[in-house]
Design a protein around this ligand. Structure first.
Ligand SMILES: Nc1ncnc2c1ncn2[C@@H]1O[C@H](COP(=O)(O)OP(=O)(O)OP(=O)(O)O)[C@@H](O)[C@H]1O
Length: 242
């Protein structure tokens, strides 16, 4: 089997808060391969967001190794990690963070332009990403001219734009209605089937059902891993759910 797109090996992350140390991750091992969507579930405070931040180079582990496309982030300079984040990693957060003064097309092309891609090429890639999420016709709209669901799709297009191979989604369906939420998951799933590796943090078993595998965290430890829907339901029934 080829090397995983994302590999966490023995990852710990301690946060110091008010003189106390919180062990947010305590020895997590996780490999996510191309074509795979992995759901991460667990009670509030179990370390899900910390895991996603560490996986995407937004935060550094206290110990252990994080490899993205075979590059060990600990061996890279801050500038090199930033380049990995821009080129290889797409984040979808609940908080959309679209820039209000930019159109959908400009919001999506911005990360590429910041990375030095020529304007015309960046806009072409942005158009493709907007088409992929069914927003091509609204490329000229500004965020306040779009519904919440449309804005979320633009945020996803921004995460997908260019050849990113690792998609990290933290409760990406947020406050969306269930139809729009399902559409977001369908897009993530399709991108994984096209060759990306995805990690989806979710509290909902029916969202985890879109994943190939469910990883269950409790107190910063992976307590179980299983197949899709049935696995998530079983784990929740066992009392792990938030
Ligand atoms: N920057 C920080 N400083 C101090 N403690 C933190 C920080 N970030 C997270 N923590 C703590 O680490 C633990 C794990 O937090 P994390 O946000 O990763 O959990 P989570 O599973 O994503 O929770 P939720 O489902 O509520 O979003 C919690 O105890 C949290 O309070």
């Amino acid at each position: 089997m080829s090397a995983p797109v994302l590999l966490l090996a023995g990852v710990t992350r301690d946060h110091v808060q008010g003189g106390e140390t919180v062990h947010a991750l305590r020895g997590v091992d996780l490999a996510v391969h191309a074509g795979e969507l992995v759901a991460v579930m667990g009670p509030s405070g179990s370390g899900k967001s910390t895991l996603l931040h560490v996986a995407g180079g937004l935060d550094s582990p206290t110990s252990g190794r994080v490899l993205v496309e075979d590059r060990d982030l600990a061996t890279l300079s801050a500038a090199q990690v930033a380049a990995v984040r821009r080129r290889s990693v797409g984040y979808v957060f609940q908080d959309l963070n679209l820039l209000p003064s930019l159109s959908a097309l400009e919001n999506v092309s911005l990360p590429l332009e910041l990375d030095g891609t020529r304007g015309s090429m960046a806009r072409r890639a942005a158009r493709e990403a907007l088409d992929e999420v069914g927003m091509g016709a609204l490329a000229g709209r500004f965020p306040d001219e779009m519904s919440g669901g449309q804005q979320q799709r633009v945020a996803i297009a921004r995460a997908l734009v260019g050849p990113r191979r690792l998609l990290l989604a933290d409760e990406p369906t947020g406050a969306l209605d269930s139809t729009t939420g399902e559409e977001v998951l369908r897009i993530l799933r399709a991108r994984c089937e096209a060759g990306a590796a995805g990690v989806l943090v979710t509290h909902e078993a029916r969202h985890a059902a879109w994943a190939d595998r469910v990883v269950f965290l409790r107190d910063g430890v992976v307590v179980d891993q299983s197949g899709p829907a049935a696995g998530a339901e079983t784990l929740l029934a066992a009392g792990g759910g938030a």
